[in-house]
Design a protein around this ligand. Structure first.
Ligand SMILES: C[S@@+](CC[C@H](N)C(=O)[O-])C[C@H]1O[C@@H](n2cnc3c(N)ncnc32)[C@H](O)[C@@H]1O
Length: 281
């Protein structure tokens, strides 16, 4: 059975092309070229055409560092929209721009499932796109991230989206979720998008494959009877077989699906983004 699911339906973002270890993307009116390890195939368009289209190109100078080269006049900070929401984008020194467009698939699910009676938990919440979606539906929203600057960026997205009262939690997600479990709290929608290497508020480091059991165990205990859980991972150590083995240990009494998340380029290439476990969908 084909386990691929595709993020589609974007207006203010476009994955134009990919190949040769990089991807060409449009963010509103700004076009970027960024490295992409999953793009190990030939691109659909010649790179000379990429350079004619793009405004910024990220050039890696090391494993975790690099520079943005300006190819044509364009801002270093701008915004894009999703439904009534507005998100701030910026050229960061890590090739990231402040948004993971493939997550739109999960934003759409939250948009459909949540309402003003819902209680929503966003773990590893980054710049808060998903938290803004939940708050725009009136849900009580907990936003958890261990990096203060990213919580500040998320609060800018809340203001730009004319929203209020997201509950900010500057904490290690593993510690926070076990506290919720001890308190017997229940949530109607839980999303977690952990990195391969977690870094807590006090710089405590952990590997995802060592913590996933605990994270899913706690999540299963704080998920309400008809609640929805979305786990997104892109760690090479946590593949679809890993999740297919783990899911029945915690959710054998619930409907769940394990899939691969993909996006299609305008040039008809397919790009892999990670694996997804969704419970209660
Ligand atoms: C890939 S990003 C998540 C992206 C998010 N799903 C989105 O689409 O906006 C991973 C996030 O996890 C945060 N993080 C890493 N280790 C953490 C930890 N131990 N506890 C809480 N957050 C952590 C990072 O700061 C980063 O914001």
């Amino acid at each position: 059975m084909d386990k691929k699911i595709f993020t589609t339906g974007w207006e203010d973002y476009e994955l134009i092309d990919a190949g040769g270890g990089k991807k060409l993307e449009r963010w509103g009116s700004v076009i970027t070229i960024r490295p992409e390890v999953q793009a190990y195939f030939h691109s659909g368009l010649p790179f000379s055409e990429w350079e004619q289209k793009a405004h910024w190109e990220y050039k890696a100078t090391g494993k975790q560092s690099g520079k943005w080269k300006n190819l044509r006049r364009a801002p270093e900070e701008w915004t894009i929209s999703y439904k009534s929401l507005t998100f701030q984008l910026e050229l960061t020194k890590f090739k990231h721009l402040g948004l993971f467009p493939e997550q739109k698939l999960n934003w759409d699910l939250a948009f459909d499932k949540l309402d003003s009676d819902s209680k929503f938990l966003n773990l590893f919440a980054y710049t808060g796109a998903m938290s803004c979606v939940a708050r725009s539906k009136g849900a009580e929203t907990f936003h958890v991230d261990s990096v203060k600057q990213l919580i500040n960026w998320a609060s800018i997205n809340m203001e730009l989206s004319k929203l209020l009262n997201i509950k900010w939690v500057h904490e290690d997600a593993v510690k926070f979720i076990s506290r919720l479990e001890k308190r017997g709290e229940k949530f109607d929608f839980i999303v977690m998008d952990p990195p391969a290497w977690g870094i807590g508020r006090k710089n405590e480091k952990w590997r995802l494959e060592d913590k996933l059991d605990q994270l899913l165990g706690s999540a299963a205990n704080i998920l309400s009877k008809d609640g929805v859980l979305v786990l997104n991972t892109y760690s090479p150590k946590v593949d679809i077989e890993f999740l297919e083995e783990l899911a029945p240990l915690y959710f054998s009494d619930r409907n769940y699906a394990v899939n691969e998340l993909w996006m299609k380029t305008t040039s008809q290439k397919e790009l892999f983004y990670g694996v997804l476990l969704r419970v209660g969908i």
